[in-house]
Design a protein around this ligand. Structure first.
Ligand code: AMP
Length: 143
């Protein structure tokens, strides 16, 4: 299964934020939307970074609650690893495991085209495995 298939099912909308927003504002967005990360974009929609709940927890652990007033740009990961729609779901899963993160922005023609989380990957991989098992069971039953 490809990333494009997951995006076709879950949609391409990505919650983004601007680099000058505060950690406090992003924490509220994460809680409200029930998500774990936002992609940080520039005026032209270009990907500037990613900020996950881990970055906020790390900032608070390091500097206390006053750091929640810091801009996103100070705590985001600026070197974002992205994937393309043609990539396989297993490939994305391997990249996430290798880098130890749970979010992968999908980029098409230099633009943000979606976001895949570890939850999406596991959900679709389990469905895929279940379908393979079902096909095998049917094959064995009719053989
Ligand atoms: P996560 O496991 O996705 O909550 O993120 C763990 C750490 O990796 C945080 O510091 C994130 O900013 C960073 N991170 C998350 N996704 C990516 C990505 N696709 N590329 C680079 N860094 C990421």
């Amino acid at each position: 299964m490809t990333v494009a298939r997951i995006l076709a099912l879950k949609g391409r909308n990505v919650i983004t934020t601007a680099p000058h927003r505060t950690l406090d504002e992003v924490a509220k967005i994460l809680a409200e939307k029930g998500i774990g990360a936002v992609v940080v974009t520039g005026a032209d929609g270009e990907v500037l970074g990613i900020l996950s709940e881990r970055d906020i927890v790390r900032a608070v652990a390091r500097g206390g609650m006053t750091l929640l007033e810091d801009p996103v740009s100070k705590h985001m990961t600026a070197k974002v690893v992205t994937a393309t729609e043609e990539m396989s779901v297993v490939g994305v899963m391997e990249e996430m495991t290798r880098h130890r993160f749970r979010h992968m922005p999908i980029v098409k023609n230099g633009r943000l085209a979606g976001l895949i989380s570890i939850g999406d990957v596991v959900k679709h991989r389990l469905e895929e495995i279940e379908n393979e098992h079902q096909a095998l069971r049917e094959y064995i039953a009719t053989a």
